[in-house]
Write a protein that binds this ligand. Structure first.
Ligand SMILES: [Zn+2]
Ligand SMILES: [Zn+2]
Length: 392
C-alpha cells in the first residue's frame, strides 16, 4: 500500500495558507491569457517551498514546477487551471473581486490554491516519497479557446508522464463527495459566430427592409429543432446561442444581427456533422427571407475521456463513503489536451453547501464554493500523487 500519511499528517497544517491563497486569488482575478500577476504569485509561492522544486515558465502565464525524488520511478503530473471569467461579481463574499469585469466564477482560484498546498506538502515529504518525478502544472486560459493547455503540451509539460491528474470543484455535488468517472466525461466544446445582414430600414415599413432581427430569431429557434430532429436522441448534443446583438432604436430595423454560440457533443460523428447542420439551417432561413449570412465555426476542446486504469487509481484514493457517481456533463475542459498525450483522470470535487450559500452554477455572478472542499482537494492531489508514484 502507498504511504498516505503525507496527506493525513499535513493537510491541516497547510489549510490556513490554502484558504489565504485562494482568497487572495479570488480578490485579484485575471482573465484568460492575461494571468500575469496570478502566474507570478504562483511562481513566487512555489519558490517559498524550498529549492527542491524546479520552477519553469514554459508557456506564457503558466507555471510548471518539477519535484525530482532523485530515485527512479514514474512521472506524475498534477494540473490546476488559474484563470477567471469576464463577469461582475455579485456573490457577496467578503473577499470578492476587486476588479470590475473579472471574477473567479468557476473555482479556478480554489484549484490553484489546492495544488499549491499539495505541492508544499509533497515537497516537504520528498525524502519519504516513492521514487519518480512530480510535475505541478499551473495552466493559464482554460476558459477561452484555444486554451492554455495546448501551449503547455507543445512545450513538453507532460512529456513522458505516466499519469496526469486534475480536479474541478463542483457546486453540483455536495462538499465532501468526489466523483472520478471512467470513460467520456466532458463534452467536445466548439464555437461559432454568425452574422445575418440585409437592408435595414423603417420599423413601420418592414416590407421595404430585410428584418435581420426577425430572421436571426428564426435561426435561433430552428437551431433547437436541429438538435431535437436531426441528431440521434441517444447521442448527446447541445447547440446554444448565448449572444445576440442587433439594433439600437425601437423604430429602426438594423442591417445586421450578430450571434455567437457553442455546440457540444461527445461522439466524433455528431461533432463532425454539427457545423454542416447548423449551416443548413442558417442558409435555408437566410435564403428564404432574402438575407446574407457569414458563419464562422471554430473547433474547441476535445472531449475529456478518462483513462480506465488512471481512474481506478484515483478512485482508490477517494474514501469509500465520499465516492460519488456523476453522469457525464456537457461542459468542456482543455484537460483533454493532456489526455491526448498521457493516460489520466479528471475528477470532480464537491463544493456545494446550502449553509455556505454555495448553490449557484458555475459561471454565475453569485457563484460561491464551500471552502470545506479545499482540504478535500489538497488531500486528493497528495494521495493520488503518492499512489501513482508507488503503483505505476
Ligand atoms: Zn468554467
Ligand atoms: Zn472551470
Amino acid at each position: 500500500m502507498a504511504d498516505t500519511t503525507v496527506a493525513a499528517d499535513g493537510v491541516e497544517a497547510v489549510l490556513d495558507d490554502v484558504v489565504g491563497w485562494r482568497r487572495h486569488l479570488h480578490r485579484n482575478p485575471e482573465l484568460s491569457f492575461q494571468e500575469r500577476e496570478t502566474a507570478a504569485f504562483v511562481a513566487e509561492t512555489l519558490a517559498g517551498f524550498g529549492t527542491a522544486l524546479e520552477i519553469e515558465r514554459p508557456a506564457e502565464n503558466s507555471v510548471v514546477a518539477r519535484l525530482e525524488t532523485g530515485r527512479p520511478g514514474p512521472v506524475v503530473a498534477l494540473r490546476a487551471d488559474i484563470d477567471a471569467l469576464p463577469i461582475d461579481e455579485q456573490s457577496g463574499v467578503e473577499f470578492a473581486s476587486e476588479r470590475a469585469g473579472a471574477m473567479h466564477a468557476c473555482g479556478h482560484d480554489a484549484h490553484t490554491a489546492m495544488l499549491l498546498g499539495a505541492a508544499r506538502l509533497l515537497t516537504e515529504a520528498r525524502d519519504r516519497l516513492p521514487g519518480g518525478q512530480l510535475r505541478f502544472v499551473f495552466q493559464a486560459a482554460e476558459e477561452l479557446p484555444p486554451g492554455g493547455a495546448r501551449d503547455l503540451v507543445a512545450a513538453g509539460a507532460v512529456d513522458g508522464a505516466d499519469l496526469v491528474y486534475g480536479c474541478h470543484v463542483w457546486t453540483g455535488l455536495e462538499t465532501g463527495r468526489v466523483a472520478a468517472m471512467p470513460g467520456p466525461f466532458m463534452a467536445a466544446a466548439d464555437f461559432f459566430t454568425l452574422a445575418i445582414s440585409g437592408a435595414g430600414g423603417h420599423g413601420g415599413m418592414p416590407h421595404q427592409a430585410t428584418d435581420t432581427v426577425a430572421i436571426a430569431a428564426q435561426v435561433v429557434t430552428n437551431l433547437q429543432h436541429l438538435v431535437a430532429r436531426r441528431i440521434d436522441p441517444l447521442a448527446p448534443a447541445v447547440v446554444t446561442v448565448a449572444a445576440f446583438h442587433a439594433g439600437d432604436a425601437p423604430n429602426v430595423i438594423p442591417g445586421r444581427a450578430e450571434l455567437a454560440g457553442t455546440a457540444r457533443s461527445f461522439t466524433p460523428d455528431v461533432r463532425d456533422r454539427l457545423p454542416g447542420l447548423i449551416e443548413d439551417v442558417v442558409r435555408g432561413i437566410a435564403s428564404a427571407h432574402g438575407a446574407e449570412y457569414e458563419l464562422e465555426y471554430q473547433r474547441g476542446y476535445d472531449p475529456v475521456v478518462n483513462d480506465e486504469r488512471a481512474t481506478a487509481l484515483v478512485r482508490a484514493a477517494i474514501a469509500p463513503d465520499a465516492t460519488a457517481e456523476l453522469a457525464p456533463i456537457m461542459g468542456g475542459d482543455d484537460f483533454s489536451a493532456y489526455l491526448a498525450k498521457a493516460p489520466g483522470c479528471y475528477a470532480f470535487v464537491g463544493a456545494r453547501s446550502e449553509e455556505a450559500g454555495a448553490v449557484h452554477p458555475h459561471h454565475h455572478p453569485c457563484f460561491r464554493i464551500d471552502e470545506r472542499a479545499l482540504p478535500v482537494g489538497v488531500r486528493l492531489h497528495v494521495d493520488v500523487a503518492v499512489r501513482a508514484l508507488h503503483e505505476l
